[in-house]
Ligand binder design. Structure first.
Ligand SMILES: [Zn+2]
Length: 382
Protein backbone atom coordinates (compact mmCIF):
# COMPACT_ATOMS: atom_id res chain seq x y z
CA UNK A 1 0.00 0.00 0.00
CA UNK A 2 3.00 2.27 -0.33
CA UNK A 3 2.05 3.33 -3.80
CA UNK A 4 -0.31 6.11 -2.74
CA UNK A 5 1.99 7.45 -0.08
CA UNK A 6 4.75 7.57 -2.65
CA UNK A 7 2.63 10.00 -4.61
CA UNK A 8 3.72 13.00 -2.57
CA UNK A 9 3.87 15.30 -5.54
CA UNK A 10 0.07 15.50 -5.82
CA UNK A 11 0.10 18.91 -4.16
CA UNK A 12 2.55 19.97 -6.85
CA UNK A 13 1.67 20.01 -10.51
CA UNK A 14 3.14 16.84 -12.01
CA UNK A 15 0.65 14.28 -10.77
CA UNK A 16 -2.49 16.39 -11.15
CA UNK A 17 -4.44 15.53 -14.28
CA UNK A 18 -5.21 18.52 -16.49
CA UNK A 19 -8.59 20.25 -16.40
CA UNK A 20 -9.25 19.16 -19.95
CA UNK A 21 -8.67 15.50 -19.18
CA UNK A 22 -11.06 15.81 -16.26
CA UNK A 23 -13.65 17.61 -18.35
CA UNK A 24 -13.38 14.91 -20.99
CA UNK A 25 -13.79 12.13 -18.45
CA UNK A 26 -16.71 14.04 -16.94
CA UNK A 27 -18.33 14.24 -20.35
CA UNK A 28 -17.66 10.56 -20.93
CA UNK A 29 -19.30 9.69 -17.59
CA UNK A 30 -22.29 11.84 -18.57
CA UNK A 31 -22.53 10.06 -21.92
CA UNK A 32 -23.03 6.57 -20.48
CA UNK A 33 -26.66 7.11 -19.54
CA UNK A 34 -27.89 8.52 -22.89
CA UNK A 35 -25.94 5.72 -24.60
CA UNK A 36 -27.65 3.11 -22.40
CA UNK A 37 -31.04 4.74 -23.01
CA UNK A 38 -30.41 4.72 -26.74
CA UNK A 39 -29.39 1.07 -26.66
CA UNK A 40 -32.53 0.18 -24.70
CA UNK A 41 -34.66 2.09 -27.23
CA UNK A 42 -33.05 0.26 -30.14
CA UNK A 43 -33.62 -3.11 -28.45
CA UNK A 44 -37.23 -2.18 -27.60
CA UNK A 45 -37.82 -1.22 -31.24
CA UNK A 46 -36.85 -4.76 -32.26
CA UNK A 47 -38.52 -6.52 -29.32
CA UNK A 48 -41.54 -4.35 -28.35
CA UNK A 49 -42.67 -6.79 -25.62
CA UNK A 50 -39.56 -5.79 -23.62
CA UNK A 51 -40.79 -2.19 -23.39
CA UNK A 52 -43.34 -3.17 -20.73
CA UNK A 53 -40.78 -5.05 -18.60
CA UNK A 54 -39.94 -3.57 -15.19
CA UNK A 55 -36.25 -2.72 -15.84
CA UNK A 56 -37.20 -0.72 -18.95
CA UNK A 57 -40.20 0.94 -17.29
CA UNK A 58 -38.01 2.07 -14.38
CA UNK A 59 -35.00 2.82 -16.51
CA UNK A 60 -33.51 5.46 -14.17
CA UNK A 61 -33.60 3.09 -11.22
CA UNK A 62 -32.22 0.13 -13.15
CA UNK A 63 -29.46 2.28 -14.57
CA UNK A 64 -28.56 3.64 -11.11
CA UNK A 65 -28.41 0.09 -9.74
CA UNK A 66 -26.26 -1.13 -12.61
CA UNK A 67 -23.96 1.87 -12.25
CA UNK A 68 -23.71 1.24 -8.53
CA UNK A 69 -22.47 -2.30 -9.13
CA UNK A 70 -19.97 -1.28 -11.81
CA UNK A 71 -18.61 1.75 -9.91
CA UNK A 72 -18.42 -0.25 -6.69
CA UNK A 73 -16.24 -2.78 -8.46
CA UNK A 74 -14.03 -0.09 -10.05
CA UNK A 75 -13.60 1.78 -6.76
CA UNK A 76 -12.75 -1.40 -4.87
CA UNK A 77 -10.16 -2.51 -7.42
CA UNK A 78 -8.77 0.67 -8.96
CA UNK A 79 -9.72 3.53 -6.60
CA UNK A 80 -11.38 5.25 -9.55
CA UNK A 81 -14.73 5.33 -11.30
CA UNK A 82 -15.19 3.71 -14.70
CA UNK A 83 -14.68 6.87 -16.78
CA UNK A 84 -11.72 7.94 -14.63
CA UNK A 85 -10.13 4.54 -15.17
CA UNK A 86 -10.41 5.06 -18.94
CA UNK A 87 -8.40 8.27 -18.59
CA UNK A 88 -5.85 6.71 -16.22
CA UNK A 89 -6.98 8.77 -13.23
CA UNK A 90 -7.35 7.55 -9.64
CA UNK A 91 -8.72 9.11 -6.44
CA UNK A 92 -6.62 9.78 -3.37
CA UNK A 93 -7.48 11.20 0.03
CA UNK A 94 -5.68 14.40 1.00
CA UNK A 95 -4.45 14.76 4.55
CA UNK A 96 -2.61 18.06 4.62
CA UNK A 97 0.46 17.61 2.47
CA UNK A 98 0.35 13.83 2.49
CA UNK A 99 -2.02 11.56 0.58
CA UNK A 100 -3.63 8.26 1.44
CA UNK A 101 -5.53 5.60 -0.48
CA UNK A 102 -9.32 5.75 -0.29
CA UNK A 103 -10.88 4.46 2.90
CA UNK A 104 -14.03 2.35 2.79
CA UNK A 105 -16.03 5.32 4.11
CA UNK A 106 -14.78 7.57 1.31
CA UNK A 107 -15.67 4.91 -1.24
CA UNK A 108 -19.23 4.86 0.07
CA UNK A 109 -19.38 8.66 0.01
CA UNK A 110 -18.03 8.64 -3.55
CA UNK A 111 -20.82 6.29 -4.60
CA UNK A 112 -23.36 8.53 -2.87
CA UNK A 113 -22.02 11.67 -4.58
CA UNK A 114 -21.71 10.07 -8.01
CA UNK A 115 -24.84 7.95 -8.13
CA UNK A 116 -27.21 8.89 -5.30
CA UNK A 117 -27.14 12.68 -5.64
CA UNK A 118 -27.25 12.77 -9.49
CA UNK A 119 -30.19 10.34 -9.34
CA UNK A 120 -32.09 12.59 -6.92
CA UNK A 121 -31.15 15.64 -9.00
CA UNK A 122 -32.44 13.98 -12.19
CA UNK A 123 -35.70 13.13 -10.41
CA UNK A 124 -36.06 16.73 -9.16
CA UNK A 125 -35.33 18.05 -12.66
CA UNK A 126 -38.04 15.81 -14.09
CA UNK A 127 -40.47 16.85 -11.33
CA UNK A 128 -39.74 20.54 -11.91
CA UNK A 129 -40.35 20.22 -15.64
CA UNK A 130 -43.59 18.32 -15.05
CA UNK A 131 -44.77 21.08 -12.69
CA UNK A 132 -43.82 23.81 -15.15
CA UNK A 133 -45.66 21.90 -17.87
CA UNK A 134 -48.83 21.88 -15.71
CA UNK A 135 -48.25 25.58 -14.97
CA UNK A 136 -48.29 25.34 -11.15
CA UNK A 137 -46.02 28.32 -10.57
CA UNK A 138 -48.05 30.71 -12.67
CA UNK A 139 -51.48 29.88 -11.32
CA UNK A 140 -53.28 33.00 -10.19
CA UNK A 141 -53.90 33.57 -6.49
CA UNK A 142 -57.60 34.20 -7.08
CA UNK A 143 -58.52 30.55 -6.86
CA UNK A 144 -56.95 30.36 -3.39
CA UNK A 145 -59.57 32.76 -2.03
CA UNK A 146 -62.73 31.57 -3.67
CA UNK A 147 -63.80 29.05 -0.98
CA UNK A 148 -64.74 30.56 2.38
CA UNK A 149 -65.29 28.21 5.35
CA UNK A 150 -68.94 28.12 6.40
CA UNK A 151 -69.57 27.69 10.19
CA UNK A 152 -73.09 26.18 9.76
CA UNK A 153 -72.03 23.26 7.59
CA UNK A 154 -71.94 19.72 9.06
CA UNK A 155 -68.72 17.86 9.89
CA UNK A 156 -68.59 16.26 6.45
CA UNK A 157 -68.03 19.70 5.01
CA UNK A 158 -65.33 20.37 7.58
CA UNK A 159 -63.60 17.17 6.54
CA UNK A 160 -63.72 18.28 2.96
CA UNK A 161 -62.31 21.69 3.92
CA UNK A 162 -59.49 20.09 5.87
CA UNK A 163 -58.61 17.96 2.89
CA UNK A 164 -58.87 20.97 0.66
CA UNK A 165 -56.53 22.97 2.94
CA UNK A 166 -54.04 20.12 2.77
CA UNK A 167 -54.26 20.33 -0.97
CA UNK A 168 -53.70 24.07 -0.80
CA UNK A 169 -50.60 23.55 1.30
CA UNK A 170 -49.36 21.11 -1.29
CA UNK A 171 -50.05 23.48 -4.11
CA UNK A 172 -48.27 26.28 -2.20
CA UNK A 173 -45.28 24.02 -1.58
CA UNK A 174 -45.23 23.16 -5.25
CA UNK A 175 -45.36 26.85 -6.10
CA UNK A 176 -42.43 27.58 -3.77
CA UNK A 177 -40.53 24.66 -5.30
CA UNK A 178 -41.13 25.94 -8.83
CA UNK A 179 -40.01 29.44 -7.77
CA UNK A 180 -36.92 28.29 -5.92
CA UNK A 181 -35.72 25.40 -8.05
CA UNK A 182 -34.08 27.39 -10.88
CA UNK A 183 -31.95 29.26 -8.30
CA UNK A 184 -30.98 26.01 -6.58
CA UNK A 185 -30.19 24.41 -9.93
CA UNK A 186 -28.11 27.41 -10.98
CA UNK A 187 -26.16 27.36 -7.69
CA UNK A 188 -25.57 23.61 -7.98
CA UNK A 189 -24.28 23.78 -11.54
CA UNK A 190 -22.50 27.10 -10.90
CA UNK A 191 -20.52 25.68 -7.98
CA UNK A 192 -19.24 22.89 -10.22
CA UNK A 193 -18.22 25.40 -12.85
CA UNK A 194 -16.53 27.59 -10.25
CA UNK A 195 -14.51 24.65 -8.95
CA UNK A 196 -13.48 23.72 -12.48
CA UNK A 197 -12.18 27.25 -13.04
CA UNK A 198 -10.43 27.31 -9.68
CA UNK A 199 -8.84 23.96 -10.51
CA UNK A 200 -7.77 25.25 -13.92
CA UNK A 201 -5.94 28.20 -12.33
CA UNK A 202 -4.48 26.09 -9.55
CA UNK A 203 -6.41 27.62 -6.64
CA UNK A 204 -7.67 24.25 -5.47
CA UNK A 205 -6.65 20.62 -5.94
CA UNK A 206 -10.34 19.61 -5.88
CA UNK A 207 -12.18 19.39 -9.18
CA UNK A 208 -15.72 19.38 -7.74
CA UNK A 209 -17.35 20.58 -4.51
CA UNK A 210 -18.09 16.95 -3.62
CA UNK A 211 -14.40 16.12 -3.82
CA UNK A 212 -13.69 19.17 -1.65
CA UNK A 213 -16.15 17.94 0.98
CA UNK A 214 -14.60 14.47 0.96
CA UNK A 215 -11.05 15.88 0.68
CA UNK A 216 -10.42 13.64 -2.30
CA UNK A 217 -8.19 14.67 -5.20
CA UNK A 218 -7.43 13.14 -8.57
CA UNK A 219 -4.03 11.79 -9.48
CA UNK A 220 -2.63 9.93 -12.43
CA UNK A 221 -2.35 6.16 -12.30
CA UNK A 222 1.32 5.25 -12.55
CA UNK A 223 2.75 1.98 -13.91
CA UNK A 224 3.57 1.13 -10.32
CA UNK A 225 -0.11 1.54 -9.39
CA UNK A 226 -1.16 -0.75 -12.20
CA UNK A 227 1.19 -3.52 -11.10
CA UNK A 228 0.00 -3.11 -7.50
CA UNK A 229 -3.68 -3.21 -8.58
CA UNK A 230 -2.94 -6.39 -10.56
CA UNK A 231 -1.09 -8.01 -7.69
CA UNK A 232 -3.86 -7.17 -5.24
CA UNK A 233 -6.46 -8.56 -7.60
CA UNK A 234 -4.53 -11.78 -8.23
CA UNK A 235 -4.04 -12.32 -4.50
CA UNK A 236 -7.78 -11.82 -3.88
CA UNK A 237 -8.68 -14.27 -6.62
CA UNK A 238 -6.15 -16.85 -5.45
CA UNK A 239 -7.66 -16.65 -1.96
CA UNK A 240 -11.18 -17.20 -3.28
CA UNK A 241 -10.06 -20.20 -5.34
CA UNK A 242 -8.17 -21.64 -2.39
CA UNK A 243 -11.29 -21.40 -0.22
CA UNK A 244 -13.30 -23.22 -2.85
CA UNK A 245 -10.65 -25.95 -3.15
CA UNK A 246 -10.90 -26.73 0.58
CA UNK A 247 -14.27 -28.45 0.06
CA UNK A 248 -14.24 -29.94 -3.43
CA UNK A 249 -17.75 -30.57 -4.74
CA UNK A 250 -19.70 -30.20 -7.95
CA UNK A 251 -21.25 -26.98 -6.67
CA UNK A 252 -17.85 -25.50 -5.86
CA UNK A 253 -16.51 -26.59 -9.24
CA UNK A 254 -19.39 -24.71 -10.90
CA UNK A 255 -18.76 -21.67 -8.70
CA UNK A 256 -15.07 -21.78 -9.61
CA UNK A 257 -15.97 -21.89 -13.26
CA UNK A 258 -18.38 -18.92 -12.88
CA UNK A 259 -15.75 -16.92 -10.98
CA UNK A 260 -13.13 -17.58 -13.65
CA UNK A 261 -15.50 -16.62 -16.47
CA UNK A 262 -16.51 -13.42 -14.64
CA UNK A 263 -12.89 -12.46 -13.99
CA UNK A 264 -11.95 -13.07 -17.58
CA UNK A 265 -14.83 -10.84 -18.73
CA UNK A 266 -13.89 -8.14 -16.22
CA UNK A 267 -10.20 -8.25 -17.20
CA UNK A 268 -11.12 -7.70 -20.82
CA UNK A 269 -14.07 -5.41 -20.12
CA UNK A 270 -12.39 -2.35 -21.63
CA UNK A 271 -11.54 -4.18 -24.85
CA UNK A 272 -15.00 -5.75 -24.99
CA UNK A 273 -16.66 -2.39 -24.39
CA UNK A 274 -14.62 -0.56 -27.03
CA UNK A 275 -15.19 -3.39 -29.52
CA UNK A 276 -18.94 -3.39 -28.77
CA UNK A 277 -19.21 0.38 -29.19
CA UNK A 278 -17.29 0.32 -32.49
CA UNK A 279 -19.34 -2.60 -33.85
CA UNK A 280 -22.58 -0.98 -32.78
CA UNK A 281 -21.65 2.38 -34.35
CA UNK A 282 -20.53 0.59 -37.51
CA UNK A 283 -23.80 -1.36 -37.79
CA UNK A 284 -25.77 1.80 -37.09
CA UNK A 285 -23.83 3.66 -39.78
CA UNK A 286 -24.34 0.82 -42.28
CA UNK A 287 -28.10 0.78 -41.82
CA UNK A 288 -28.63 4.50 -41.31
CA UNK A 289 -30.26 6.87 -43.80
CA UNK A 290 -27.03 8.88 -43.84
CA UNK A 291 -25.37 6.05 -45.75
CA UNK A 292 -27.81 5.00 -48.46
CA UNK A 293 -26.75 2.22 -50.77
CA UNK A 294 -25.13 3.80 -53.86
CA UNK A 295 -27.65 3.92 -56.70
CA UNK A 296 -26.28 3.45 -60.18
CA UNK A 297 -27.64 5.97 -62.66
CA UNK A 298 -26.14 4.27 -65.69
CA UNK A 299 -23.46 6.94 -66.09
CA UNK A 300 -20.83 5.08 -64.08
CA UNK A 301 -18.92 1.97 -64.99
CA UNK A 302 -22.01 -0.24 -64.76
CA UNK A 303 -23.52 -1.06 -68.16
CA UNK A 304 -27.19 -0.13 -68.57
CA UNK A 305 -29.54 -3.03 -67.95
CA UNK A 306 -30.83 -4.83 -71.05
CA UNK A 307 -34.28 -3.82 -72.34
CA UNK A 308 -37.13 -5.96 -71.02
CA UNK A 309 -38.11 -8.97 -73.08
CA UNK A 310 -41.15 -8.47 -75.30
CA UNK A 311 -44.28 -10.01 -73.75
CA UNK A 312 -45.27 -13.50 -74.82
CA UNK A 313 -48.27 -12.73 -77.02
CA UNK A 314 -48.84 -16.16 -78.57
CA UNK A 315 -51.86 -16.67 -76.42
CA UNK A 316 -53.30 -13.17 -76.88
CA UNK A 317 -57.00 -12.71 -77.21
CA UNK A 318 -56.42 -10.09 -79.92
CA UNK A 319 -53.57 -9.35 -82.31
CA UNK A 320 -51.50 -6.31 -81.42
CA UNK A 321 -51.35 -3.52 -84.01
CA UNK A 322 -48.13 -1.97 -85.26
CA UNK A 323 -49.77 1.47 -85.32
CA UNK A 324 -49.13 3.11 -81.96
CA UNK A 325 -52.20 5.36 -82.33
CA UNK A 326 -54.62 2.59 -83.13
CA UNK A 327 -56.84 0.79 -80.62
CA UNK A 328 -56.22 -2.96 -80.88
CA UNK A 329 -59.77 -3.73 -79.78
CA UNK A 330 -61.80 -1.68 -82.25
CA UNK A 331 -58.94 -1.25 -84.77
CA UNK A 332 -59.67 2.49 -85.09
CA UNK A 333 -57.66 5.58 -84.11
CA UNK A 334 -57.87 5.69 -80.29
CA UNK A 335 -60.26 8.10 -78.68
CA UNK A 336 -60.43 8.80 -74.95
CA UNK A 337 -57.30 6.65 -74.24
CA UNK A 338 -57.14 4.41 -71.19
CA UNK A 339 -54.72 1.70 -70.06
CA UNK A 340 -55.28 -1.50 -68.18
CA UNK A 341 -52.94 -3.09 -65.61
CA UNK A 342 -50.50 -4.39 -68.25
CA UNK A 343 -49.91 -0.89 -69.62
CA UNK A 344 -51.42 -1.36 -73.09
CA UNK A 345 -53.58 1.55 -74.19
CA UNK A 346 -56.98 1.34 -75.83
CA UNK A 347 -60.10 3.50 -76.19
CA UNK A 348 -61.69 3.82 -72.78
CA UNK A 349 -65.08 2.28 -73.72
CA UNK A 350 -63.38 -0.63 -75.52
CA UNK A 351 -61.03 -1.64 -72.69
CA UNK A 352 -63.65 -1.05 -69.99
CA UNK A 353 -66.13 -3.31 -71.75
CA UNK A 354 -63.51 -5.97 -72.45
CA UNK A 355 -62.11 -6.08 -68.90
CA UNK A 356 -65.60 -6.05 -67.45
CA UNK A 357 -66.50 -9.10 -69.55
CA UNK A 358 -63.25 -11.12 -69.40
CA UNK A 359 -61.35 -9.87 -66.30
CA UNK A 360 -58.07 -9.94 -68.17
CA UNK A 361 -55.89 -7.79 -70.42
CA UNK A 362 -56.73 -8.56 -74.08
CA UNK A 363 -53.03 -8.49 -75.13
CA UNK A 364 -51.13 -10.16 -72.26
CA UNK A 365 -54.11 -12.04 -70.74
CA UNK A 366 -52.88 -10.95 -67.31
CA UNK A 367 -55.80 -10.94 -64.89
CA UNK A 368 -57.14 -7.46 -64.14
CA UNK A 369 -60.41 -5.77 -63.27
CA UNK A 370 -62.17 -2.53 -64.14
CA UNK A 371 -60.65 -0.64 -61.18
CA UNK A 372 -57.22 -0.95 -62.81
CA UNK A 373 -58.43 0.73 -66.02
CA UNK A 374 -56.92 4.21 -65.91
CA UNK A 375 -57.84 7.11 -68.17
CA UNK A 376 -54.93 8.87 -69.88
CA UNK A 377 -55.57 12.55 -70.35
CA UNK A 378 -53.85 13.35 -73.58
CA UNK A 379 -54.96 14.07 -77.07
CA UNK A 380 -55.23 10.77 -78.92
CA UNK A 381 -55.14 12.30 -82.38
CA UNK A 382 -51.70 12.37 -84.05
ZN1 LIG B 1 -61.19 1.10 -79.43
Amino acid sequence: MTLFLANESVAGDDALPSTFELIMQDRMAGGFKPAAQYLVNVICDSYPHLASSAPVKHFHESYALFKLLVERYCLAHYDSLLSERFYGIKRIEMHGKTTKPLSERTRHLTLLCNIGIPYVKAKLDAYYHSLVATNVGHRSDEEDEDVIPNQDEPSKMEMFLRQWKQLRIWSQLKKIFVDMYPTAHFSYEGTFLLYQWMYLFGYTPYFTPFLRAMKVAFARITPHDISTFDKKRLVQRANILKELDVHPSILNAIRKWIYKATWMTLDHSQTIMIFTIISFKFLEWMYSDMNPRPISHGNGNCPPPPPPLPPQLNNSAIPITSDAQRCALCNRIRTNPASCASGYVFCYPCIYQYVNDHHECPVTRLPCDVTSVARIYEDATP
